[in-house]
Design a protein around this ligand. Structure first.
Ligand code: PLP
Length: 351
């Protein structure tokens, strides 16, 4: 089976060998305060900075998921409340989590097809929360927009959910203060590990707030990672596999360029398809890593079943688009051959 599910997604086939290596190396039975773990931790952080182009003065901590980051941002980086701008299900969920912790959390919904415009009424919020790549509907905020947001909100902490982009998109890291993702999407790894990337300014704010109430309060994590350790026994296997995958991948600029070309092929292909069309019509807001393709409810149901018979798993639609779309992950771990197989299936698909 070839899976195009946008998460958990296909894992790199090399992971099979890395798992064996992890077992043989003895690291899985080592203490997480040992020299051998600290070396792996340090190497993984170095590789993240290098391969994903993360500024040297941004800290990276290991967490368990992107969902956990939603809570950490509200607990450790937000004094009163954050403002959430969203157009899809993941942005909405993030708002929901934040609101449970800080009831005065604000939200502003924008339309799928429109570029994010900041309403006049919004004045320098404390923390702005955005889903850079909305996995539920296949939209994204591009570099130009992120740069504008940085200029428009010079004193605001800007936090980006990049769960379905990190590892596949060349992100303008300096334009944001907090970036987070989990590894089971564009990084091609098994689930159970998340990354939280934090700017010096966000660190200063966390120190000012000084939240130390929770097991995952950011300052505990920061103090530990500065010694290449973690605040609790971490997912050592996940970190080891991440290190091995990062050694293997090209620089983010190279990976992103390939994915952009592939996205172009997919979108052009579906523009001309008899039964299916890209959900998002506005090219400027289309995601390069998650394609959302629309059709009638019955066509969508049929194509998913037929695809499975052909050895292909399409991603289900999500949220309000559940029954009228399918999704295709355009992640780096998916091979040219697999894409050809998928396009061939759609070329010959008939009702
Ligand atoms: C998948 C996804 C999440 C949730 O990730 P977990 O690792 O399950 O917490 C959050 N946000 C976005 C945009 C996602 O695509």
């Amino acid at each position: 089976m070839t899976t195009f599910y946008p998460g958990p997604a296909k894992i790199y086939p090399q992971v099979a060998d890395y798992l064996q290596d992890a077992y043989r190396s003895g690291i899985l039975s080592s203490n997480h305060r040992s020299e051998s773990f600290m070396q792996i931790c340090q190497k993984t952080l170095d590789l993240l900075h290098k391969k994903l182009n993360i500024p040297a003065d941004y800290a990276i901590v290991f967490v368990s998921s992107a969902t956990e980051c939603w809570e950490i941002i509200t607990q450790s980086f937000t004094e009163k409340n954050s403002l959430h701008l969203y157009n899809g299900a993941f942005g909405e969920k993030w708002f929901d989590y934040a609101q449970h912790i800080k009831p005065t959390t604000q939200a502003h919904f924008f339309d799928l097809e429109t570029r994010l415009e900041i309403p006049e009424s919004i004045y320098q919020p404390e923390c702005l929360c955005l889903t850079q790549n909305e996995t539920s509907n296949g939209t994204r905020l591009n570099t130009e927009q992120l740069t504008f947001l940085r200029t428009d909100f010079p004193n605001t902490l800007i936090a980006y959910d990049v769960t379905s982009a990190l590892g596949g998109v060349d992100l303008p890291m300096k334009a944001g203060d907090i970036w987070f993702a989990s590894v089971q999407k564009c990084l091609g790894l098994p689930a159970g590990l998340g990354l939280l990337i934090v700017s010096p300014r966000a660190i200063a704010k966390a120190k000012q707030i000084n939240d130390r109430k929770y097991y995952n309060s950011f300052l505990f994590m920061l103090e530990n990672i500065q010694k290449f350790q973690t605040h609790h026994t971490p997912n050592v296997l996940g970190i080891y596999l991440l290190m091995r995958v990062l050694e293997q991948v090209e620089s983010i600029q190279t990976e992103a360029k390939i994915l952009c070309q592939r996205a172009e092929i997919y979108y052009n292909f579906f523009e001309k398809h008899a039964f299916f069309k890209p959900l998002v019509k506005n090219k400027a807001v289309r995601s390069a890593t998650v394609m959302c393709v629309e059709g009638s409810e019955s066509h969508i149901a049929t194509v998913k079943t037929e695809a499975e018979k052909a050895g292909i798993i399409l991603g289900n639609g999500y949220g309000i688009w559940k029954n009228t779309t399918f999704r295709i992950a355009n992640f780096p771990q998916i091979s040219e051959n697999e894409i050809e197989k998928l396009l061939y299936f759609f070329q010959t698909f008939n009702l």
